[in-house]
Design a protein around this ligand. Sequence first.
Ligand code: ADP
Length: 243
Amino acid sequence: MIDFEHVSKEYKKGGRLALEDINLHVDDGEFVFLVGPSGSGKSTIIKLLTGEVLPSGGRLMINGFNLNNISDRQIPLLRRSIGVIFQDFRLIEKKTVYENLGFAMRAVGSSPREIKKRIPYVLELVGLEEKTDRYPNELSGGEQQRVALARVLVLRPQLILMDEPLSNLDAKLRLHMRTEIRRIQQELKLTCLYVTHDQKEALTMSDRIMVMNKGKIEQIGTPMHLYDDPATPFVADFIGQAN
Ligand code: ADP
């Protein structure tokens, strides 16, 4: 669960606010998209969520942690409750699919029994059950992205952050992975925040979309809600892209 109340972020004292008066509540099981031009504050939101930067004002709660007075000792616990998926897959090349997932689970202290049970379940969920013993360089880009997703899912994070996860894939695979990610999110009732430049992803996969501009939330609502308001720059952009 994420709760921003009037959150602001100032990187340099007296400088321009990178975020201003952000109010956002993300419920458990919700899939929320974050879109907006470069410099609008998307990365700052992600960095606040992982505890990489701290809020300058307002109140921020994530997975039960209060980011206003989080201690250095609690930061690793906060990070452990969050899974992050990037556009580059960051897999270990010398390890098989199974070993990549096992390594991630051992790093957080999972027992061999838990590892043996969890990995096959997750590999089936992401459609990789036949690729268990392959090395990353023997997999397609789409399959590598599924391994990256599986590696997060085996750890059962309370929140998943996805930062442009499909932008390295070709158009056909992107379309397929859009459906796949949404299916898995709904099946496991995952709480996800997804950053993208691709309005089609936002309109087709999300429960809600948050449009950022110059550090502020410009619009927030369901895809239908945003789509029904043709005056909004977000939808105008989207229509522009489609033509
Ligand atoms: P986005 O991810 O949407 O491109 P960012 O969150 O990276 O936006 O940036 C929001 C604003 O904060 C921008 O004006 C950017 O220049 C500024 N900013 C980001 N990181 C830093 C930093 N480490 N120090 C100073 N200013 C920063």
